[in-house]
Design a protein around this ligand. Structure first.
Ligand code: GUN
Length: 280
């Protein structure tokens, strides 16, 4: 039997329509939510992600200001630009698209973004709040995954969650959110011995390693919920997730498609964070 599809596209559309309503409510208070998006260099994938984010802003009535800086920009110049946005009351959120060129210290960049404008949830204060279970901005991809799981009523408490990938933007924060939801969490990575032995234990399996079709049907426990965070461009130009969708579809109980699963939810959570930043 085919898995139930975790349809991020349709849930994200629902979130966007709620965001539109919030924009109307804020307008009555004279507030137009504003997001600054900084893109350094011209990485093709980052350009597409930024375009999708600014389009979603336009569609929902969140004002977006895209700031393109050359790959050669100095760290000081980038930090000064961020300081200007921190001081601009019309811009409530700041997003610095990652990755940054290697001569720029990304931690330093995250540190100077005002925590109350940190709609990506990457500032150490927001990451610290996440560890502590205190209120703060939560990184958008993990937040979007949790929203998808909750919407589909996937049981989490007491279940085994296995995350493949330990990035600071997805794997690690998601581990904390699943822990908060009372799952028993394992984080696997490139040095994990016998990955399949770990993934076969998973009631919830999240693939966030950036390796096309890493998760095969033989690595999935029958009935498990499989979340695919990967977006990999194959040599023939097509897109593939980290999960072998067609084969895993016959084994899993729930499955996210790529595209149309986690990606649209990431953007929807960014919009929600912008509304929150503008509301306070
Ligand atoms: N690059 C890949 N994913 C993200 C994200 O969620 N936020 C930012 N700023 N950059 C990214």
């Amino acid at each position: 039997m085919a898995a139930r599809l975790l349809d991020g596209k349709s849930l994200a559309a629902q979130v966007r329509s709620e965001v539109k309503e919030s924009v109307v409510r804020l307008a009555r208070r004279g507030i137009v939510p504003g997001l600054a998006v900084i893109l350094v260099g011209d990485d093709a994938a980052s350009r597409v992600y930024v375009r999708n984010k600014t389009r979603a802003c336009e569609e929902t009535g969140v004002r977006s200001l895209q700031i393109d800086l050359p790959a050669s920009v100095s760290q000081d110049a980038l930090l000064r630009r961020i300081a200007e946005i921190n001081a601009d009351p019309a811009l409530h959120g700041i997003l610095v698209q990652l990755p940054l060129p290697s001569h720029i210290d990304a931690w330093e960049v995250m540190r100077v973004v005002a925590p109350e404008k940190d709609v990506d949830g990457f500032h150490l204060r927001n990451l610290g709040a996440l560890v502590a279970g205190a209120p703060g901005f939560v990184p958008c991809t993990p937040a979007g995954i949790m929203r998808l799981l909750r919407h589909a009523e996937v049981p989490l408490a007491g279940r085994r969650a296995v995350i493949v990938g330990r990035s600071g933007t997805v794997g690690k924060p998601l581990a904390l959110l699943l822990l908060q939801a009372d799952a028993t969490v394992t984080v696997c990575h490139s040095r994990t011995v016998d990955l399949a032995r770990e993934t076969l234990q998973a009631d919830i399996l999240v693939a966030a390693a950036g390796r096309p079709k890493l998760v095969s049907a033989g690595m999935v426990k029958p009935g498990a919920c499989v979340v695919d965070v990967g977006i990999n461009r194959l040599p023939d130009g097509s897109l593939a997730g980290d999960v072998d969708f067609h084969r895993v579809n016959d084994v899993a109980g729930w499955l996210t498609p790529v595209p149309g699963g986690v990606g649209p939810m990431t953007i929807a959570m960014l919009l929600e964070n912008c509304i929150r930043a503008a509301s306070t």
